[in-house]
Structure formats: C-alpha cells, structure tokens
Design a protein around this ligand. Structure first.
Ligand SMILES: [Fe+2]
Length: 132
C-alpha cells in the first residue's frame, strides 16, 4: 500500500502540500524497505530520514503560524510535539533486521492519525493563511 496526497488531503497552501507529499514519499520508502527486506542500513536510513523530515516539516508549519499569529498555534504545536514523540517510540520498536508487515501495524496506525490531522487542522491553518 502506498500513501499519496489525494485531492481531499490538499490544504491549498503550496508549501504545506509539497511537504506533505514528501512526507508520504518518506513513509512509502520506509514501508518499501520493510517489505522488501532491504536490510539494516537502508532501514535505519529510511527511519532517520522520516524522523528528520517530520521535524523539519512541523517546524515550518509552526513558523508560518508564528509569523501569521495563528490563534490555534498552541494546540497545533502541542499535537506536533506529541506526534513526534510517539513516532520516535513507534519506529524504535520496528526491528531493523527482519521487519515483517505486522511490525508496521503501529506505524500505519500513526500515519492515519497524521492524515486526520492534515484533513482537519492543517486545512484550518491553510485557510487562515490564505485569508490573513
Ligand atoms: Fe500540522
């Protein structure tokens, strides 16, 4: 299964949408590395890339919120913080040697949390940015 930024996930902010697309690419690469048993080094690389990219993307969104004085900034940031921490915990539990599809169950669950966040909170943010 591949994640993709379907129309219903587009927020209308070009930068945010581009980064969400990259984020899905990073997730797909990790899922690929797992399912093809691409080995320890590639797995580690894919995991680190995903963690770094999520960090970078969330801080970009937070900067946009700060610059525009987004009213819901505190709650949005709190979500990001918790999301990053949970993601770190989840990926640290994926065995890098011989991961199976079931090892990825929690990660997939966590991705669906992100998708819901994109659909609701990131869309609200983009609407605010477009109007302010
Ligand atoms: Fe966000």
């Amino acid at each position: 299964m591949k994640y993709e930024l379907t129309k219903d996930l587009e927020t209308g902010n070009a930068m945010i949408d581009r980064e969400h697309r990259e984020l899905f690419n990073a997730i797909n690469k990790l899922l690929d590395a797992c399912s093809k048993g691409q080995g320890r080094d590639l797995m580690k690389h894919a995991i680190q890339f995903l963690l770094d990219y999520v960090d970078k993307h969330f801080s970009h969104e937070e900067k946009l919120q700060q610059d525009s004085k987004y009213p819901n900034m505190a709650a949005h940031k709190a979500f990001h913080e918790k999301y990053k921490n949970d993601l770190k915990t989840i990926v640290s539990q994926i065995p890098v040697e011989n991961p199976s599809i079931s090892d990825l169950g929690k990660l997939n669950g966590h991705i669906s949390v992100l998708i819901t966040h994109i659909k609701i909170e990131d869309k609200k943010l983009s609407a605010f940015l477009n109007n302010n």
